[in-house]
Design a protein around this ligand. Structure first.
Ligand code: GNR
Ligand code: NI
Length: 177
């Protein structure tokens, strides 16, 4: 089931998500919905708080629609090492149409539970390293605009206010605002 993605700013997106106590069928059903939602929205990652669930779960696929596409679901992910520096122009499904440069670590090592509850460790590079940092930010109540200047953030806040207004009562009504 494709779920609705919350648009920033939303109080849910500012909260810290809770660790998953047990990887059970409810968690696996949520992971399935998160993949469906991420692919439907053409994203490369999605964090549970974006669909209104304050649990520490993220899904990733940095090469969707490719034969070697590798869907990754991470439960209780924890970045245990960061190396190097890089800058990437990031977007977010909760901030549609906007993108800004964000400084990140170039490589991250992440520990997590897979959907079978087994502990995994993965060293990530390229877009996957960026996405893991972007998604774990979501679990801590942070979005990419929290890493840019106040001015840029406030401009984006106004744009999202207009976007939400147009979704709430149609583009016609918001055209006069
Ligand atoms: O789909 C997404 N693309 C993206 C591009 C650059 C840096 C980060 C991302 S993650 C984003 C999906 C999303 O909002 N996940 O929370
Ligand atoms: Ni995002």
């Amino acid at each position: 089931m494709v779920r609705e993605i919350l648009i920033w700013p939303d109080p849910i997106l500012k909260q810290k998500a809770k660790p998953v106590a047990k990887v059970d069928d409810t968690v696996r059903a949520l992971v399935k919905d998160m993949f469906e939602t991420m692919y439907a929205a053409d994203g490369v990652g999605l964090a549970a708080p974006q669909v209104g669930v304050l649990q520490r779960i993220i899904v990733l696929d940095t090469t969707p629609r490719q034969p070697e596409s590798k869907p990754l679901a991470m439960i209780n992910p924890e970045i245990v090492a960061m190396e190097g520096e890089t800058t990437y122009t990031e977007g977010c499904l909760s901030i549609p149409g906007e993108s800004e440069d964000v400084d990140r670590a170039a490589f991250v090592t992440v520990k997590y539970l897979d959907v079978d509850g087994n502990e995994q460790t993965l060293r990530c590079d390229d877009l996957l390293a960026i996405a893991v940092q972007h998604e774990t930010d979501h679990l801590n109540g942070t979005v990419f605009v929290d890493h840019v200047s106040t001015l840029k953030r406030e401009i984006i806040r106004k744009k999202m206010k207009r976007l939400k207004a147009s979704r709430d009562d149609g583009p016609r009504a918001s055209a006069s605002r």
